[in-house]
Design a protein around this ligand. Structure first.
Ligand SMILES: Nc1ncnc2c1ncn2[C@@H]1O[C@H](COP(=O)(O)OP(=O)(O)OP(=O)(O)O)[C@@H](O)[C@H]1O
Ligand SMILES: [Mg+2]
Length: 590
């Protein structure tokens, strides 16, 4: 689906395959634009003929010329509408295609990429960068056609009077230079303004999203000051920019009038000497305006092109990023897994397996030669100090990342041999930070199976012990969850996530039980829900609480990325001082 040419080309050629999908529309637009421009250039000629032949010499009738003028004007308006519409349609379709393409590619990229790149950067690439490319493609063809009409006008002017043309041209280089100077000042300034707008946006974003922290530290005043500072900086940058514009705009606006005055003086004298007709002079005046347009906008299009090039570079940076976790050719589906999980001498470090992009020189080893076996239908608790690599285990099992060495197997098959979707459908993960979408609770639970009926959703919610609190809400299952599910407690969010997994009903379940989700009053209730989640499947529970550990048949104690002990809770409590130490620290943390 990716429509860009390989990286060894220029940016416009890289977009070639995308542009080619619009070639008919583009060709038509450009042809109609050329038509409109040619008609535009003939208008002063008709005007000249009307003034000289009809008004002055009275050798021709006036009304056919006036009618012609109206007809040409009308056709020109229609053509102008057609080409503008065509070009804008192309540009907006291009924008749509680029957005889809970027989103499509992002969804293929691996977690290693998202670890590295800030979400704000990705959002800005998807918005302003695509927009600046779109703008370039809307204006560049128009500009090219403008240059054509410039040339035509120039030829006609030279044929009327060479010296007068040169007089008319004298201010042009100055208009161009003034425009260039203005852009040299404006271009960096507009970057500064954009940067400062982003600063203001960041402060506002933090105020809104971090409102709980801000208020809990009674830091509203500090935040307001921070916003005022950012806004002040933005104001200064904006004013500086407007000052630059105000300094140069009068020159750019009035230089053409100077040219006009010179033409009027020199041309007028020639008319008085009868070396030139009044019609010539009027036609000239109109052509001067035609000449100036490219001079005024040439700089703008250069700027648009520079900006579009930079934007395209940033977008290609994402598109050229290869996913680090890929399905091998000929991967098969994992069907009806029994659920035997084996980690065989697994070593892993974050940031080590990024291909192409930046690789961290000496990534910290998170797992060292870790081996463990979980039998079908078994319930295992993984226990270990914070940062020991517990959450990393399900991430490798789901192939969010690939192991650096060793292998992960399900039912004796290396997970790299099976399709990603079948692997991920086999395993249900309740992550440590449950994420809810801005949608109804029903849709959140039915995320794994959007076609699920309300009664199936209710059944899953009942099993996850979420039904009661959902019913207590005013809108029940139709309650819309806020952006980050703020209006639910951590424990409630976890239960919605459990219901989501229960509805998918996978043969393997991993529950990453975050300490933060503890909700002491309803703990027993949660466990009744967990009991449902864990029955009849292979389950891994990353546990912090004794009550959760109690659900497991066996405990695997992990420290610093290694399995240090395996056994029942009772045995480990007796024989393993490190196990006791971990449990004690968890209890302290409460
Ligand atoms: N995306 C990541 N990029 C880089 N390093 C990471 C990433 N995720 C985790 N780490 C690091 O890997 C180590 C193990 O992390 P992991 O999340 O597996 O710990 P954990 O045992 O689940 O801890 P906790 O009990 O606090 O949840 C930690 O040192 C952590 O800082
Ligand atoms: Mg964790």
């Amino acid at each position: 689906m990716i429509w860009v040419a390989p990286p060894d080309r220029g940016w416009i050629r890289r977009l070639g395959p995308l542009l080619a999908t619009h070639r008919h529309r583009l060709t038509w637009s450009i042809l109609t634009a050329i038509g409109a421009m040619c008609l535009g250039v003939t208008i002063p000629l008709i005007l000249r003929s009307a003034i000289d032949n009809a008004l002055d010499e009275r050798t021709r009738a006036l009304w056919p010329l006036v009618a012609l003028l109206i007809a040409v004007g009308l056709v020109r308006s229609i053509l102008t509408f057609a080409y503008r519409y065509g070009l804008y349609t192309t540009a907006f379709r291009l924008e749509f295609q680029m957005r889809t393409m970027l989103q499509d590619h992002l969804s293929r990229l691996s977690f290693a990429f998202f670890d590295r790149v800030q979400s704000g950067q990705i959002i800005s690439r998807a918005n302003s960068d695509i927009r600046s490319i779109q703008m370039f493609f809307a204006f560049a063809p128009m500009m090219a056609v403008q240059l054509l009409s410039f040339t035509l006008a120039l030829v006609i002017m030279f044929r009327i009077d060479v010296v007068l043309t040169l007089v008319a041209l004298t201010p042009m280089p100055f208009i161009f230079m003034a425009g260039q100077r203005l852009r040299n000042i404006m271009f960096p300034q507009s970057w500064i303004v954009q940067g400062r707008m982003a600063e203001v946006a960041t402060v506002v974003d933090e105020n809104v999203n971090g409102v709980r922290v801000v208020k809990s530290f009674a830091a509203e005043r500090r935040q307001i000051k921070a916003l005022a500072r950012a806004a002040q900086r933005l104001k200064w940058a904006n004013l500086e920019m407007q000052r630059g514009r105000a300094n140069h705009n009068p020159i750019i606006e009035n230089l053409p009038r100077l040219g006009l005055a010179m033409v009027l003086l020199y041309g007028g004298l020639k008319v008085i000497d009868e070396q030139l007709t009044i019609g010539d002079l009027v036609a000239f005046n109109v052509y001067i305006v035609v000449l100036q347009t490219p001079f005024r906008f040439l700089g703008m299009i250069i700027m648009l092109a520079q900006r579009a090039k930079a934007s395209a570079g940033r977008i290609f940076e994402v598109l050229d990023e290869a996913p680090s976790v890929v399905e091998r050719p000929g991967a098969f589906d994992l069907v009806e897994a029994e659920g035997r999980i084996v980690f065989e001498n697994v070593s892993f470090s974050y940031g080590a397996e990024t291909i192409g992009g930046a690789t961290i020189d000496d990534p910290v080893r998170v797992l060292h030669d870790l081996s463990l076996t979980i039998e079908p239908g078994e319930r295992v608790a993984i226990v270990g100090p914070t940062g020991s690599g517990k959450s990393t285990i399900p991430r490798l099992l789901l192939r969010f990342y690939d192991v650096a060495s060793g292998a992960v197997q399900i039912d004796g098959t290396d997970i790299r041999d099976v399709t990603m979707s079948s692997l991920r459908n086999t395993i249900g993960l309740v992550p440590d930070e449950p994420f809810l979408f801005s949608a109804s609770l029903h849709d959140n639970i039915a995320y794994a199976r959007p076609t699920a009926t309300r009664s199936e959703v209710i059944e899953a919610a009942r099993a996850a012990r979420a039904h009661d609190f959902i019913c207590a809400l005013e809108d029940g299952y139709d309650t819309e969850v806020g952006e980050r599910g703020y209006d639910l407690s951590g424990g409630q969010r976890q239960r919605i996530t459990i219901a989501r997994v229960l509805l998918a009903n996978p043969p393997i379940v991993v529950l990453d039980d975050a300490t933060s989700a503890i909700d002491v009053q309803v703990e027993a209730d949660i466990h009744a829900g967990l009991e449902n989640l864990l029955s009849n499947r292979t389950t891994i529970v990353i546990a912090h609480r004794l009550s959760t550990i109690a659900l497991a048949d066996r405990v695997i104690l992990i420290d610093d990325g290694e399995v240090v002990a395996v056994g029942t809770h009772r045995d480990l409590l007796k024989s393993e001082p490190r196990y006791r130490a971990v449990l004690d620290s968890e209890i302290e943390a409460l």
